[in-house]
Ligand binder design. Structure first.
Ligand SMILES: Nc1nc2c(ncn2[C@@H]2O[C@H](COP(=O)(O)OP(=O)(O)O)[C@@H](O)[C@H]2O)c(=O)[nH]1
Ligand SMILES: [Mg+2]
Length: 325
């Protein structure tokens, strides 16, 4: 099929075309990559803008349950919702959202929802680029809200926050009074912390945890992109569908403020620059893993190990060879 036809069908909201387009951007084949670049240029022209919502949380906090309840709530308000995932570890473990479809039973049957699991790649750089392009494809296809889920595995939060307008951190109620070992860097990325499972016996613990995090957020350096009182911590119950409307209200308030004050567009511009730099890095690194450089490097590595050539000299040789390609 012609790429321009595929682009038209995606923009017309054709689900099968969207799925096919995502498969194309996920492909590692070089001829597919060239087509994917053309496709991304074509769909970029439609100028649609969705709200991109990043969602992170360790396994078991209730991400899938939250996405089901929150997604269904938005669909009832007449919105179209897409769900994507960045999960570099998911390839074989089955930890991806596809395996979670039972927890998203209603959402996965909705005609106004589109759910796509993480591409089965083990390398975060590749997963990141493909997900980012999938986000743009869903946006062009007319989805109003794009949820990008990730499990908390270090780097993946950065990747998701760099493709989101808002970043949500989902937490479970803590047993003790300690903050649940959430790294400072991740706290600093969050726009909204949602303490889930605020229901039944867990409700008091959820409220305590929420208060702890609200306190911790106040100690974090103020960011220019936040109005008063943000970032915030709130409690929700994904199962009982409580607090979701309030959380959505806060998200809209924050987004409206950022739009009015120029931070929304500024952030997207910075993200475009970030991904430009990342794609260059990723492309350069993948050159090193391809022939002829791959053999050259392993040959030189042995010589370096035997002391036959200095590391600096060997590296300079590789870089000279790289420039020659
Ligand atoms: N009590 C309670 N349990 C919940 C809630 N949300 C999720 N769970 C439970 O927590 C477990 C993990 O949920 P899941 O959505 O699969 O978490 P994920 O690994 O983050 O996707 C399941 O047993 C859910 O039923 C909630 O709001 N309240
Ligand atoms: Mg899940």
């Amino acid at each position: 099929m012609e790429i321009s036809t595929l682009a038209e069908q995606v923009i017309a909201g054709n689900r099968r075309a969207l799925a096919r387009a995502i498969t194309l951007v996920e492909s590692a084949r070089e001829d597919h990559r060239a087509k994917a670049i053309t496709l991304m240029e074509e769909i970029g022209k439609c100028g649609r803008q969705a709200l991109r919502l990043g969602l992170s949380g360790t396994p078991g906090v209730g991400k899938s349950t939250f996405i089901e309840s929150f997604g269904m709530m938005l669909i009832k308000e007449g919105l179209k919702v897409a769900v994507l995932a960045v999960d570099p570890s998911s390839s074989r473990s089955g930890g991806s959202i596809l395996g979670d479809k039972t927890r998203m039973e209603l959402l996965s049957r909705e005609k106004n929802a589109f759910i796509r699991p993480s591409p089965s790649q083990s390398e975060l750089g590749g997963v990141a680029r493909r997900t980012r392009e999938a986000v743009a494809l869903c946006e062009a296809a007319g989805y109003d809200l794009i949820l990008i889920e990730t499990v908390g595995v270090g780097q993946s939060e950065t990747v998701v926050s760099e493709m989101s307008d808002l970043f949500l951190l989902l937490l479970a109620p803590a047993g003790g009074d300690e903050l649940q070992g959430v790294k400072r860097g991740i706290m600093e990325m969050a726009d909204l912390i949602l303490v889930n499972k605020a229901d039944g016996d867990l409700k008091p613990a959820a409220q305590r945890t929420c208060a702890d995090y609200a306190g911790a957020l106040r100690l974090i350096r103020k960011r220019p992109q936040d109005p008063m009182d943000f970032p915030k911590a709130m409690t929700v119950s994904a199962i009982e569908e409580k607090g979701l409307q309030e959380a959505w209200g806060e998200m809209n308030m924050l987004i409206d403020w950022r739009r009015e004050n120029g931070f929304f567009d500024k952030r997207r511009s910075e993200q475009a620059e970030y991904w430009f730099a990342q794609d260059i890095r990723h492309g350069l690194l993948s050159q090193l893993e391809k022939e002829p450089l791959k053999s050259m490097i392993s040959g030189l590595a042995s010589k370096v190990a035997r002391g036959e050539i200095t590391p600096g000299h060997a590296a300079a040789d590789v870089l000279t060879a790289l420039r020659g390609h």
